[in-house]
Design a protein around this ligand. Structure first.
Ligand code: ZN
Length: 129
């Protein structure tokens, strides 16, 4: 069984959820496009999952716990599970990625969890040491 799964998504689609497409087990990632002036038509919170939003293009408004904050491309924000949130796109639309994972579940990351592999197959761009 392969140690990976590859998919391809339509970057113009309104919303794509990768959990089922990639059999994700520790996170959900959605890629979202709101058209100009479009909005998420509800406010929601989560039971256990925090969310990281990364705005890739456009601008808009983050509604969070009754507050409204302007957001734009390059902004990244994390929301606690209990945060009551919604999004509205500005005049140029809003493209964002949302990553959802269980709050408090990450024990190590980057090279705290990664391990360099020097035995076995290597691509040509890795210099033999
Ligand atoms: Zn959510």
């Amino acid at each position: 069984m392969a140690n990976y799964k590859l998919t391809h998504i339509d970057l113009q689609a309104p919303r794509t959820e990768l959990h089922d497409l990639l059999n994700l087990t520790g996170m959900e990632l959605s890629f979202n496009n709101l058209p100009a002036g479009g909005a998420v038509p509800f406010v929601h919170k989560h039971k256990e999952n925090e969310e990281l939003y990364l705005v890739l293009a456009g601008s808009g408004t983050l509604f969070i716990d009754g507050e409204k904050l302007p957001i734009k491309a390059g902004d990244a924000f994390r929301i606690d599970p209990a945060g009551c949130r919604s999004l509205q796109a500005g005049p140029e639309g809003l493209t964002q990625i949302c990553i959802q994972a269980k709050a408090g579940s990450l024990e190590s990351f980057t090279m705290g969890d990664g391990q360099l592999v020097s035995d076995g197959p290597q691509p040509e761009w890795v210099k033999k040491g």
